[in-house]
Design a protein around this ligand. Structure first.
Ligand SMILES: C[S@@+](CC[C@H](N)C(=O)[O-])C[C@H]1O[C@@H](n2cnc3c(N)ncnc32)[C@H](O)[C@@H]1O
Length: 310
């Protein structure tokens, strides 16, 4: 972690961190999470430890700003908890609590006809437009602000990529206008807004695979593992989006039962060290990792492993 340490010593001494966070963590301690976000001169913003953290410690938890279940596996509409495979799906919710808390945006979504939009995105294998659709429903219902994701780093789209998004944007917007949602409620939904949100989702979305998915029996476990798609869905978070990537990370993000994320230390971390997670499969060889990071996230990885040819 030479690169991380190089940044960390300098930025830990910066008296003006961009953010410090004070929210609940599931550790027994009443201390705030031991992190802060500060600006670096080579990788934008980054997360730094404000005290030493022991291997396997929970650093903090995070709830998604927006999430959406995958179509391949039944998952709760609100929290992405696995739903039983073996029962006919009666409700898209895992609990009354999830139903209640997402009722506003669920009703907005159910009021519109999604056949054309879902077909268009489904046949092209597009998953991120579904996160935008969810965010639009949340904004209309008053459950989110239209600028919720503005703080996150955006991807650079080429003009060709932008023009390819025209059709999905038109289908999304027309589903709402045909559902007679008043202009005043969807004034924010311009093509520029759509592109800006997708650009942030592209860099910051997490594909969620549950570590502790409840399988009712061996058959449902077999069905789940035979399916190529192990993810229960995708989600975007605010604080976890400030973690930079390292091919030999000192932290990781995990999901046990649902989209509520846990950031955990993979090894002992010093006060002032930068916390980094791995965005991809770290077991790939250097060329494959670099290719994936460049195509998926648009950056040349500056981690110690990559710089030293490992
Ligand atoms: C999810 S964001 C991480 C937070 C970001 N630095 C920011 O300011 O919001 C991912 C972006 O951070 C930068 N980044 C993350 N890890 C990097 C690395 N190992 N090498 C170079 N750039 C990296 C890249 O610009 C990448 O697109």
């Amino acid at each position: 972690m030479a690169v991380a340490s190089k940044f960390s010593r300098r930025f830990f001494n910066n008296p003006f961190p961009l953010f410090s966070f004070h929210f609940s963590s599931s550790t027994a301690s009443s201390l705030p999470p031991p992190i802060r976000v500060a600006l670096t001169d080579s990788v934008g913003r980054a997360v730094f430890a404000t005290r030493s953290i022991a291997a396997a410690d929970l650093i903090h938890t995070a709830s998604p700003a927006v999430c959406h279940p995958s179509s391949a596996r039944p998952a709760c509409y609100a929290c992405l908890a696995s739903l039983p495979h073996s029962q006919p799906l009666r409700s898209p919710f895992c609990s009354q609590h999830c139903h209640q808390r997402s009722k506003g945006y669920y009703d907005v979504e159910m009021n519109a006809n999604w056949v054309a939009f879902d077909d268009y995105c489904g046949t092209r294998g597009l998953k991120y437009p579904f996160l935008v659709k969810r965010l639009v429903c949340m904004v209309i219902s008053g459950d989110a602000r239209s600028d919720t994701l503005d703080i996150l780093q955006p991807a650079n789209f080429t003009p060709e990529m932008v023009s390819e998004m025209e059709e999905e944007f038109v289908l999304l917007k027309s589903a709402f206008t045909k559902a007679l949602i008043g202009d005043e409620h969807i004034a924010f939904l311009t093509k520029q807004w759509y592109i800006n949100v997708l650009a942030r989702i592209r860099i910051n979305a997490f594909r969620i695979e549950l570590a502790g998915g409840p399988y009712e029996d061996l058959l449902s476990l077999a069905v789940a593992s035979v399916e190529a798609e192990a993810a229960v869905g995708n989600a975007v978070y605010v604080l976890p989006s400030f973690y930079n990537h390292d091919c030999d990370p000192n932290a990781h993000i995990i999901w046990i039962d649902n989209a509520h994320a846990k950031l955990k230390a993979l090894r002992d971390i010093d006060e002032g060290e930068e916390l980094r997670i791995c965005y991809i499969d770290a077991s790939l060889d250097r060329d494959a990792r670099r290719e994936l990071l460049f195509r998926g996230f648009g950056f040349q990885c500056n981690c110690h492993r990559c710089l030293h040819g490992d």
